[in-house]
Design a protein around this ligand. Structure first.
Ligand SMILES: NC(=O)c1ccc[n+]([C@@H]2O[C@H](COP(=O)([O-])OP(=O)(O)OC[C@H]3O[C@@H](n4cnc5c(N)ncnc54)[C@H](O)[C@@H]3O)[C@@H](O)[C@H]2O)c1
Length: 406
C-alpha cells in the first residue's frame, strides 16, 4: 500500500516509516523539518547523532534496496502544494504526525502559543480539506494524545474516545447517546489536539472521510527493530526540558549523574507506551480502517500507567541516581489517578511491551554512549504555565531551582 507519513522525520514518525517500509509498503515522508529548526532555536540537539533525512533514506536504500521518498512540504503553510502532491500521489493511507508536540514548548511565550495553534490546527485542517478537494478516499490515521481527556481524577476507567451518556429530554425520558469524552486540555499543545478531534468529527460526518485518531500515551524508549539495523538509522532522542518526555529524561539523567527532576510531589499518574509498541499500534490501526460514513475510530494507544515518583524511584533504585523535587512548572493537580481502557488494540493482537529493567537499561546504555553530547544546562524545565509558575521555577530566567534532593 502507498502510505504518506506526515512528520516522518520525527521521533515516532521515523521508526514508523522504517517499520512500514520493511513490511513492504511504499512509504512517502512529508516533513518541513521544523523539529530540526526548533532544536536550533532552543540551542539543543538530539542525544543521538541524527543524519539528515536524505542521508537516512540513502542508508535505508543501501541496506534494504528500498526507496523511501522524502518531500519537503509544510503541511500547515503550503496548502496548494500539499493538495497537488496528494492529488498526484494518491496514497491509500495517510499517517499524520506533523504537529508541534511539546506541551512545555507550547507554553513558553505568547509567540510559542500562537505558533503551536497555527501550525497544528492548520496542518490538521489542511490534510482534511485537501483530501476532500482531491477526492481522495484514503484512511487518515492521526496521532493524538491521552492528554485530551485531562488528568483530573475520575473514579472510572477512561473509555476509548466516546462516553455513553443519558440525556434527559424535555418530556422527561432519557435518551442514550455516545459523545466525545469531554475535552480537558492541560496546555496549549493539548488544546490543539482537542480541536483536532472536532475537525475529524466534522469531516467524517460531512464528507465521509475515514479517520482513526490514536490517543497516545507518553512514548518511552528509543530503538525499534529497524532503527537498530544500522547506526545511521538511529532515532532522535530528546532530553531537554521542553521536548524530553518524563521517563526518557529520568533514564538520561541517571546515565549522566544528574538528579532525577520530579515536578511537585511526583504524584502525577500518566499513561505510557514503548516506541516499538507505538509503531506496532499504528500498523494495527492501518489494517483496521473505519468504513466511509462511520464515525471517527478512536483508540487509546497506551499500555500501562505509572505515577511519576514511582518511576523516579525505580530508576533511582536501578542506577543509584538521586531524586530532586522541582516546583511544578505546570498548572495541574498535584496527584491524580488514571485508569485507561486499551481493549481495542489488545483485541487486534497487541502484546504489550512492559516497562521492565532490561529495556530501561538499554535506554541508559544509549544515553551513556552519547553522554558527551548532553548539555546539562538544557535538562531542567524552564517553561512555566503561568507567570507565577515561571517565578517559582526560575530564580532568574533560565536558572531553575532544584529542592529536596533525596
Ligand atoms: N512523543 C510522544 O511521547 C508523544 C505522545 C503522545 C502523542 N504524540 C504525538 O505523536 C506525533 C509525533 O510525535 P513525535 O514525538 O514524533 O514528534 P516530533 O516533533 O519528533 O515529530 C513531528 C514531526 O512533524 C514535523 N512537522 C511539524 N509540523 C509540520 C508541518 N507543518 N508540516 C510538515 N511537517 C511538520 C516535524 O518536523 C517533525 O519531524 C505528534 O503529533 C504528537 O503529538 C507523541
Amino acid at each position: 500500500m502507498k502510505i504518506a507519513v506526515l512528520g516522518g522525520d520525527g521521533f515516532v514518525g521515523w521508526p514508523t516509516v522504517l517499520h512500514l517500509s520493511q513490511a513492504g509498503h511504499e512509504v512517502h515522508i512529508v516533513d518541513n523539518l521544523s523539529r530540526r529548526w526548533i532544536d536550533t532555536e532552543l540551542g539543543v540537539q538530539s542525544l543521538t547523532p541524527m543524519d539528515s533525512i536524505q542521508e537516512r533514506c540513502r542508508v535505508w536504500r543501501e541496506l534494504t534496496g528500498i526507496h523511501l521518498r522524502f518531500h519537503l512540504i509544510d503541511v500547515a503553510r503550503e496548502y496548494e502544494r500539499f493538495k497537488n502532491w496528494l492529488a498526484e500521489e494518491r496514497p491509500a493511507a495517510i499517517i499524520h504526525f506533523a504537529e508541534q508536540r511539546a506541551a512545555p514548548y507550547s507554553m513558553k511565550s505568547d509567540r510559542h502559543k500562537s505558533y503551536t495553534v497555527d501550525n497544528n490546527v492548520s496542518a490538521t485542517h489542511n490534510v482534511l480539506n485537501a483530501m476532500v478537494a482531491a477526492d481522495l478516499d484514503a484512511h487518515l490515521v492521526h496521532l493524538g494524545t491521552m492528554g485530551v481527556y485531562g488528568y483530573g481524577t475520575v473514579r472510572a476507567t477512561i473509555p476509548e474516545g466516546y462516553l455513553p451518556v443519558g440525556i434527559k429530554t424535555d418530556e422527561g425520558a432519557v435518551e442514550e447517546r455516545e459523545i466525545l469524552y469531554p475535552a480537558n486540555p492541560g496546555s496549549v499543545y493539548h488544546m490543539t489536539k482537542c480541536l483536532d478531534q472536532l475537525l475529524f468529527q466534522f469531516y467524517a460526518k460531512n464528507d465521509s472521510l475515514r479517520i482513526t485518531d490514536l490517543h497516545q500515551g507518553i512514548v518511552w524508549g528509543t530503538n525499534t527493530a529497524e532503527t537498530k539495523m544500522h547506526e545511521q538509522l538511529i532515532n532522535r532522542f530528546d532530553y531537554d526540558g521542553d521536548y524530553g518526555t518524563v521517563l526518557n529524561r529520568f533514564l538520561i539523567q541517571a546515565a549522566v549523574g544528574y538528579p532525577l527532576t520530579v515536578h511537585g510531589t511526583g504524584g502525577q499518574t500518566r499513561a505510557f507506551i514503548h516506541i516499538q509498541d507505538s509503531v506496532r499500534c499504528i500498523e494495527l490501526a492501518l489494517k483496521s480502517p473505519p468504513e466511509a460514513g462511520e464515525r471517527v475510530k478512536i483508540f487509546n494507544q497506551a499500555t500501562e500507567t505509572h505515577r511519576v515518583r514511582d518511576l523516579a524511584e525505580l530508576v533511582a533504585k536501578m542506577t543509584g541516581a538521586k531524586v530532586a523535587c522541582q516546583p511544578n512548572p505546570r498548572k495541574e493537580a498535584d496527584e491524580n489517578e488514571l485508569s485507561v481502557c486499551n481493549k481495542q488494540f489488545l483485541a487486534l493482537g497487541l502484546d504489550p511491551i512492559r516497562l521492565e529493567e532490561g529495556l530501561l537499561t538499554e535506554v541508559i546504555d544509549v544515553a551513556r554512549k552519547y553522554a558527551y553530547r548532553i548539555d546539562k544546562t538544557r535538562i531542567p524545565c524552564v517553561s512555566g504555565w503561568t507567570k507565577e509558575r515561571n517565578a517559582a521555577i526560575n530564580v532568574q530566567p533560565g536558572s531553575p531551582r532544584l529542592t529536596a534532593v533525596s
